[in-house]
Design a protein around this ligand. Sequence first.
Ligand SMILES: Cc1cc2nc3c(=O)[nH]c(=O)nc-3n(C[C@H](O)[C@H](O)[C@H](O)COP(=O)(O)OP(=O)(O)OC[C@H]3O[C@@H](n4cnc5c(N)ncnc54)[C@H](O)[C@@H]3O)c2cc1C
Length: 378
Amino acid sequence: MKFVPTPLSPAELELQRDVRRFIAEELPADHQPGLGMGSGFDPAFSKKLAARGWVGMAVPKEFGGHARTAVDRFIVTEELLAVGAPLGAHFVADRQTAPAIVKFGSDWQREFFIPKIVAGECWFSLGMSEPDSGSDLSSVRSAARQVEGGWLLNGTKIWTSGAHRTHYFAVLCRTSPAEDKHQGLSQLIVDLRSDGVEIRPIPFLNGAHGFNEVHMSDVFVPDEMMLGEEGSGWRQVTSELAYERSGPDRFLSTFGLVKYLIAERAADGLTVEQQRAVGQLAARYWTIRQMSLSIARAIDDGGAPAVEASLVKDIGTRFEQRVIDVVRDVVEVQLRADSSSTFERLLAEAVLTGPSFTLRGGTTEVLRSIVAKGLRNV
Ligand SMILES: Cc1cc2nc3c(=O)[nH]c(=O)nc-3n(C[C@H](O)[C@H](O)[C@H](O)COP(=O)(O)OP(=O)(O)OC[C@H]3O[C@@H](n4cnc5c(N)ncnc54)[C@H](O)[C@@H]3O)c2cc1C
């Protein structure tokens, strides 16, 4: 397990300034900051970002991407998340589907999907979890059988974020029986508007529609939509999860609360207790940021820091929850989702959605087990 201090180069600091200028000029005037990657869904904003070369940044040029580094992508993502920018449309495709298609996809898939993703025009959801399979994904029961020209897919996916608005999702399903349940799994790219796909909303505690249950009944999936080789779904999904875990989206969701607390209450002066809380949260934030940045640098240097990524996700998401508790401890506030104060509105949302931070993308317990196994191998 290795974390190395990672100062930003002059070119990287210039990129950071460039993103800040872009945000000042291009964020819609009526922008309401959201909480991290759960913030707004704004196709026009996604396209503007893409036009600046900030979607599909790390995708190689030969596939239509920008061949930038993981650190560059970190910088852009961090700045956008810090202002609660509306990244919902392209975020999943950019973070993990594009890298998965580049790594495992066919030439046809790369030509068909990657330019659209890089243009901010093609959005993906993740079709992994099922009603009885979450942490233990190898027990998925969705299954596809081969028919002429493709596959006939049946099953149910759950907690599918954004499926009511995205174009496709990559479905982990069983394509052949196997004694070892990690074998015989594949990933099929499914058009969410296909015949036989039914998307039912699951409201969050605050009533918002973020995720869904997706039923697939005899959905025909053409052969060219098999992602990677048939039977290699388990290897692909676990590799994809590594992209999901260590970025700024795993520790920045609630830090905006601290910013808006300072902005809105500074005129009356923060109490000593509030100042101490802000200082402690800022110090902790900076430490986790350094760890996450170190992972991005290690990826650019050719490393595969999967264990480090699990640790950052565990620490980062617990930090996101701690911010909510600490802020509530030091500020007297009535929780109101319709408050005109950004701080109060976001705090109300954070209280209701915060418990999910340590579940999505892998639970704390499962991540710790990965870290423990990784340490055992050191
Ligand atoms: C906001 C949000 C968005 C999501 N979006 C998506 C999405 O877009 N696509 C998608 O596919 N999924 C999505 N998920 C699902 C998420 O990945 C799962 O909730 C998560 O993997 C846990 O699975 P589960 O809910 O079935 O819980 P379970 O796996 O049933 O776990 C229940 C409890 O048991 C513990 N546990 C399970 N196994 C072990 C073990 N081996 N050792 C120790 N403890 C264990 C867990 O830590 C947890 O506390 C989302 C979830 C949330 C909250």
